[in-house]
Design a protein. Sequence first.
Length: 370
Amino acid sequence: MSINDLKIKHVQKLHYETVLVMQGGGSLGAYECGVYKTMAKHDIKFDIIAGTSIGAINAGIVAGSKSGRPEKDLEDFWLDVAETITPFMMPDNIRAVMSSYYGAFYGNLKVFSPVWFMAPNLNNSSYFSYRLPYLYDLTALKKTLEKYIDFTKLKGNTHRLIVTCTDIKKGEPVVFDSANMNIDADHLAACASFPFYGIGWTEKDGKYLWDGALLSNTPLREVIDSSPKNDKKVYIVNLFPHVQEELPENLLDSWHRARDIMYTEKTDHNLRMSKVISKYLLLLKEMHDIISNVQLDQESQARFMKIEREYHKLTEKRGAIIDEIVRIERSEALHFLFEDADFSEATIKKLILQGEEDAEKALTKKKEKQ
């Protein structure tokens, strides 16, 4: 290959991929439903739908929508899993407490089942002891997902699905990518197996898997690693507020705020690193363009050809630039540690509406900047 051939290959415009990244956050995932409804209303098409934990569940429904109307299937899913026992007219703070306590004891028929309501495994000597490794089972969630997702659609669909979980034994991320595998309900359940809420791990493909949020609640890095050649326009749904003016008033408030900070900081770190890499790549491109247009002697030309090949290997493997980032961030008036366990119908509907409104504001702001 000549230098001119390499130049032509270099200047070819990389294809832009539009990406939606959804975080984990239990019942707060209803907010992501509202965000997606607004995106669909504005006819925004996504090449990649990515998520972890409840974000992986939402992403799976969008990518494999059974009806072909993902915004409807996603909202129907959330209204389906909402519990209707907690009174609708309760104040928000009391309803959140009551609903989370109800779910902790009785579970959710469409999502998770407490082990004390399941047939005991008599072969497990630890079943009735403190050594039981989990409290809730996600079999119900898998059945519910079959109602809304056509898993045969995922492979080769226009929406590429990328979801993440954590290998318990290795402590490493595990990425499920519909571009190179058949994703099923077990894969999605693995991404939502959150141990801090007592949810059991998922055994899949010879691995024992927990929630991907343990390593990264915003799998932007995994998206770039899985699709490194194409530039990105990214929409991120942030379920945990970046800013909170009020100081915590008690220990539970402190844990709540600490959790928000940990998840938000991981997001910001990913974004900062992506921006740094993008700047390096743009700088390399500019230096490359200057040198490639200079008349070189034979020895320098031979050296340049060697460097040129290495340069193209680098840009092909790590050539993606995040050209644009739109963040839709949930705010909250009340701070409650177990807000993500409030599946009450009133809260689910409120979160969906909030997501719709916040996404509308973010898109309006985006247009004003252009």
